[in-house]
Write a protein that binds this ligand. Sequence first.
Ligand code: NAD
Ligand code: GLY
Length: 377
Amino acid sequence: MSGSMPAHETVRVGLGARAYDILIGSGLLATAAARIKPLARRNRTIVVTDEIVARHHLTALMDSFAAEEMEALPVILPPGEGQKSFAGLERLSDALLALEVERGDIITAFGGGVIGDLTGLAAGLLKRGVDFVQIPTTLLAQVDSSVGGKTAINARAGKNLVGLFHQPRLVIADTALLKTLPPREMRAGYAEIVKYGLLGDKAFFEWCEKKAASLLACDAAALKNAVTHSCRMKAAIVAEDEREQGRRALLNLGHTFGHALEAETGYSDRLLHGESVATGLVLAFALAAELQLASHDDARRVEAHIAACALPARIAGIAGLSASPDKLIAHMRHDKKAKDGKLVFIVPHGIGDARIHDDVPLDAVARVLSRSIALPA
Ligand code: NAD
Ligand code: GLY
């Protein structure tokens, strides 16, 4: 390895023979090639990215490979959720095959959750499985989508319905890359960070309440702490339940509500995934208060924090969304998290104590949705 390595945190995802490290710190991109090189059988990688990430950061990554005298072949896709489609998978697969990808190769996914999910799936399918590395470039990808091996594209019937579990060999989360991320994308990613505190660590939620403003302003120390803490929590859950047979479902706190809102807004820029999670977290606490499993004080506190971060705390705050509770519940029934025909909700029994429920009365869900629709934004 050439040059000195910047200080970083390491989180291990303990999956036996498939265990891997998540490296977190500012400036890690410069060392990416030195870390990827030992994982490749041939001295080359194919870098999959999108046009926006390429414009901001691809030269720096290519320089890192050049410094290690490792061949790096870029595949640059258009940005956006539309790439997570059968057509997008076919285009990427053809591009990778045209570059003669081999099983001993390593593919580098360099981008947000869209690039990570699509590249991970293509890597898992091509030649019956090629290794890949994640270099996540959005906050959401650094704290959630690049870790845990879920890959997918969307189908006509719904989001993320065609996919597989394919763990990366390494994740390199360079928090300095977030400096170019639009503020709205930062906020959306932040919702997933708050989620970890709310589902299992009250002290971390309290830290979030204090540090959200510096974190959203890209303060390096705050970002390193938040990304490391989030990854540590996710890694522990994934190591215990890789295939979501139980505890991993806790990571879906806020997501049953969120996916219904995303479906209603057509999975479009009208509501980003992380924004839907933010509203979903507030609704999950409102539901818990309605069921007398969490206090109204906790529900108000969560709502206040989400609103303070300029995230949509109420359904009424989502531009152009005028769905009825029945319509939103109908979307929930199509959610892939439904089990034996029952809706599964992650219900917090207070801040930091989420639990899995498949027995939530739908009239309580409808009351919570009605209130969130009727209250002012
Ligand atoms: P994204 O990948 O679409 O990125 C958002 C936007 O930011 C894009 O326009 C992208 O080009 C741009 N961008 C990325 N990095 C940038 C940077 N450093 N500077 C400037 N612009 C940058 O969106 P996302 O929020 O990262 O990911 C959302 C996707 O992740 C969804 O498809 C969702 O289903 C998926 N997801 C997957 C998992 C999982 O476990 N696999 C978990 C959560 C979400
Ligand atoms: N994003 C939820 C999970 O990885 O399980």
